[in-house]
Design a protein around this ligand. Structure first.
Ligand code: AIR
Length: 189
């Protein structure tokens, strides 16, 4: 749920159908305690409204736009065209081209109007939140500390995964090398 404080990040999406993906951005912003607002608008189906909404959000104090859209995904570019605040684009997965159409539409911006484009789908939606927090953390030591704590958590989860795999009796790379050396005639080792 968006917080009661004034939003500093706006999450925009081309359709309500994008929300299950963009929820990943919301969850991470909540974790970092960054106030946000989520809105649906469309570069194609509601072009004028998109311009008005972007200006209104900017006037309201939004500093960063995270914009998700699918198919011919022009929303991030359309928003970037009417604001000088950073715009982070998230291409939706799915459609006949599995999100590659949205990726190209979002990333291939002409010079002058950048969109920081993330990976397709939920990984991109998560990274959009983290990038937004990294930008805000440039001027906010509390956010910087939260980012460092998050990185430590990530590292711990990798170590846990390593422990689980190495203690589960699954085949390790050492087992594989041992087996190969036993199969190879001595002279060829
Ligand atoms: N979309 C909406 N207006 C312009 C575009 N490109 C995108 C949405 C969604 C996809 O079209 O971002 O990913 C399909 O939308 P819907 O509403 O048909 O589910």
């Amino acid at each position: 749920m968006p917080s009661d404080s004034k939003p500093v990040v706006a999450i925009l999406m081309g359709s309500h159908s994008d929300h299950p993906t963009m929820e990943e951005t919301e969850k991470l912003l909540e974790r970092f305690q960054v106030p946000y607002v989520t809105r649906v608008t469309s570069a194609h189906r509601a072009a004028r409204r998109t311009h008005e909404l972007t200006a209104e959000l900017e006037r309201g104090g939004v500093r960063i736009f995270v914009v998700g859209a699918g198919l011919a995904a022009h929303l991030a570019g359309a928003v970037a065209g009417v604001t000088t605040r950073p715009v982070i684009g998230v291409p939706m997965a799915g459609g006949s081209l599995q999100g590659v159409d949205a990726l190209y539409s979002t990333v291939q911006m002409p010079s002058g109007i950048p969109v920081a484009t993330m990976a397709i789908g939920k990984h991109g939606a998560k990274n959009a939140a983290i990038l937004a927090v990294e930008i805000l953390a440039l001027e906010d030591p509390t956010l910087r500390d939260r980012l460092l704590a998050y990185r430590e958590e990530l590292e711990r989860s990798v170590e846990e995964g390593d422990r689980e795999v190495s203690e589960s009796g699954e085949v390790t790379s050492e087992d594989v090398s041992d087996a190969i050396s036993k199969l190879t005639p001595e002279g060829e080792r």
